[in-house]
Design a protein around this ligand. Structure first.
Ligand code: SF4
Length: 385
């Protein structure tokens, strides 16, 4: 075993957490398999062979945004041919009874009134009371606060009163002023992002955390990002999962090619080893691709997100993954990786545990889904690119 892996293994055995220097050294190790094995041991000690997924739908109500971040292929301006704005009815049409979660994020719309956002949640909860709403990044919460002259607490409390369950982790990008100035100078930086999540956690609203990697950030900036999140988690314990997001090069010319599979797997594994206080590490199949995401389940990840339904943000940047997967395909992917599929909801409560045997379910909790449990390979992919 590589000396750094031995040192890290000993530290973890003694219940000590990883420091900055060790995390940096791990990024340099050529022993990717050894690193993955170490992360897998930690994952298995906590989650055994379970791998989580959710029946969800991503909804991006508009791509019209007041900002023009350099790294963003999604946003546009009103009047341009690719601009779109959904009515609340159009948002509702994207919801369906089998969903457990809707994940709603979008551009910073210049004109929509505060009531549009509240009425959207009211309408979803009226038509589909069981669906949990995970919505609006810290960037959007900050925008609402300034635009509608409400405190962050008021924004969050009003959204919660009409159905908000949790905040997604987006908008964090990488906590580096150097990168922020270069790629998204008018968007909030680390202190404000962390402050908004701190407030949400204090109000009892859980959230996720992300890292956008594979653009111009250094390994040191990646590690510092993880450590800042770990520090806030020590204080609040409000993060449910950490999600490394591989940057999609698209048309922005920030980088020519996406992070390699090795980089994806190392980032997942190091996240699992650094985050001794965040329960879930997610291999987001939309940015990694299905195959790397399923391998990542042996590199420390215990979650591959969900069915998604329709993903516009990463696919605006030419993500090569399908825009959605069925429940059957997710179950199959997890089974093929040798793990036990566990269907969860937005806050990681278990809804169904599937056996390795495709014809049986071990346990059932909550509502019965309307989808078949084990579709064949041919019918499993809803839509591909
Ligand atoms: S990254 Fe977000 S804030 Fe920036 S332009 Fe894109 S949608 Fe707007």
């Amino acid at each position: 075993m590589e000396p750094i892996l031995e040192r890290v293994a000993h530290r973890l055995q003694r219940g000590q957490r990883l420091g900055r220097a060790e995390a940096l050294e791990l990024f340099e190790t050529p022993d990717v398999i050894g690193l993955g094995r170490l992360a897998d041991q930690i994952k298995r000690a906590r989650w055994s062979d379970r791998a989580h997924f959710v029946i969800n739908r991503q909804i991006n109500p508009s791509n019209v945004c007041v900002l023009s971040c350099r790294f963003c292929d999604f946003a546009t301006k009103r009047g341009r041919p690719n601009a779109y704005e959904m009515t609340i009815q159009e948002v509702l049409e994207r919801c369906s009874p089998e969903l457990r979660e809707v994940h709603i994020v979008g551009g910073l719309h210049p004109d929509w009134p505060w009531d549009y956002y509240l009425d959207m949640f009211r309408a979803i909860k009226r038509e589909f009371p069981h669906i949990q709403i995970k919505a609006w990044t810290a960037v959007e919460i900050d925008y609402f606060s300034k635009k509608f002259r409400l405190s962050v607490e008021e924004v969050l409390q009003q959204l919660r009163a009409v159905g908000l369950t949790a905040l997604p982790g987006g908008g964090a990008e990488v906590f580096s002023e150097r990168v922020r100035k270069a790629l998204f100078p008018f968007k909030i930086g680390a202190p404000r992002w962390l402050e908004i999540h701190r407030i949400a956690h204090r109000l009892g609203i859980p959230s996720n955390a992300t890292l956008l990697y594979g653009h111009m950030e250094t390994v040191e900036e990646r590690v510092d990002h993880l450590l800042k999140l770990r520090e806030l988690q020590d204080e609040t314990n409000g993060f449910m999962s950490f999600i490394p997001l591989a940057y999609q090069p698209g048309k922005t010319q920030v980088v020519r090619r996406q992070a390699s599979a090795i980089d994806d797997l190392k980032t997942i594994a190091i996240a699992r080893l650094v985050f001794d206080n965040v329960p879930h590490i997610k291999a987001y199949w939309v940015t990694m691709g299905e195959e790397i995401a399923s391998v990542a389940l042996h590199f420390g990840a215990d979650d591959i997100d969900g069915t998604i339904g329709e993903e516009r943000i990463m696919h605006a940047a030419d993500a090569a993954s399908p825009v959605s997967l069925t429940r059957g395909r997710l179950v199959e992917l997890i089974r093929e990786s040798g793990c036990t599929p566990v269907e969860r909801d937005a806050v990681y409560d278990t809804r169904q545990v599937y056996d390795h045997d495709p014809s049986t379910r071990l346990t059932t909790a909550g509502r019965e889904p309307s989808l078949r449990v084990v579709p064949s390979k041919a019918e499993s992919r809803v839509e591909g690119r």
